[in-house]
Design a binder for this molecule. Structure first.
Ligand SMILES: NC(=O)c1ccc[n+]([C@@H]2O[C@H](COP(=O)([O-])OP(=O)(O)OC[C@H]3O[C@@H](n4cnc5c(N)ncnc54)[C@H](OP(=O)(O)O)[C@@H]3O)[C@@H](O)[C@H]2O)c1
Length: 273
């Protein structure tokens, strides 16, 4: 019998995950389907019951359910307990196991380019859910120090506590105080939601060089103002779609136990832009 998968969240209409996974099924001739399923905030419990009734084999979880979903898991993978949020679930005869593939998805583009994170100075803009997975990734890869810069200093300090708990050397500042200090960082990441609505870059990037790695996790539009400013400085660019693809590839491998068809998934994703 064919297997079925879904992504749950709200809003969900514009999710690119069905495109990516269905392209992988076609490429490997798998008898599987993947749909987007809108579950509004406050209706997660009923939504999950529905998914169990139709014997869904696995699903992705996105905004606003990534943290609340933890309550409904029977088993929790280490990636998921570390970050405290779930984005990938397997369903084995009614037993739900949660994973978080955002961390591996974020790191994947560095590996593909053979860029070394160990010993680097990081500037991380933002302190939300995605930034947490990113801190965990940088900690795992042994970055030298992470400067967390956020609009709300208190949120940066909460993330700083997390970073220190998992053994990272980090500090927290207000994003407003970054501008004159962008030289001296090897890697600069935008993990705020700035750019989604075509806003100007959150920081100036004047001090960077062609050796700086600049990574924007906002993937729509692909060329945010932050990316454009980095290109002007001939920095090494990593695009948000690469993280999206990385987490999807990892989720695919968890569900199917075989290597994901990266190129077919990439083509489907870029066709969605
Ligand atoms: N490429 C991928 O695969 C991928 C994966 C996950 C997320 N994302 C993208 O990453 C972004 C963040 O996601 P998230 O889940 O971490 O969201 P979140 O938990 O809501 O966090 C949002 C972050 O953006 C900051 N922010 C929002 N509006 C701002 C503004 N006008 N000025 C300055 N800072 C602002 C917030 O600062 P405060 O603390 O001050 O509110 C917070 O640090 C979203 O655009 C999302 O689409 C991409």
């Amino acid at each position: 019998m064919g297997k079925s998968f879904a992504v749950i969240g709200d809003p969900i209409d514009h999710s690119l995950s069905p495109n990516i996974h269905n392209a992988a099924f076609r490429e490997l001739d798998l008898d599987c389907s993947y749909i987007a399923y809108r579950i509004p905030q406050g209706e997660l419990k009923e939504g999950i019951e529905g998914l169990k009734k139709i014997k869904i084999d696995g699903f992705n979880v996105t905004i606003p359910h990534k943290i609340e979903m933890m309550k409904y898991l029977d088993k929790i993978d280490e990636s998921c307990s570390l970050i405290g949020a779930v984005n990938t679930v397997t369903n084995k005869e009614g037993t739900l196991k949660g994973y978080n593939t955002d961390m591996d998805g974020f790191i994947e583009p560095f590996k593909k380019r053979e860029l070394v994170i160990e010993g680097t100075e990081i500037l991380l803009l933002g302190a939300g859910g995605a930034a947490r997975a990113i801190v965990a990734g940088f900690a795992k890869e042994k970055a030298k120090r992470i400067t967390i810069a956020n609009r709300t200093l208190e949120n940066a300090e909460v993330l700083l506590d997390f970073a220190e708990k998992i053994g990272s050397n980090a500090n927290a500042i207000k994003i407003h105080d970054v501008d004159l200090m962008t030289n001296g960082y090897d890697i600069i990441v935008n993990a705020t939601s700035i750019g989604l609505k075509k806003e100007p870059s959150p920081i100036s990037l004047d001090g960077i060089t062609d050796k700086t790695i600049v990574y924007d996790i906002v993937y729509m539009p692909m060329n945010t103002d932050f990316i454009k400013k980095a290109k002007e400085k001939r920095a090494k660019i990593i695009f948000g779609y690469e993280m999206l693809l990385g987490q999807a590839v990892r989720a695919f491998e968890i569900w199917h136990g075989i290597e994901a068809p990266y190129n077919a998934m990439k083509k489907a994703l870029l066709g969605g832009f």
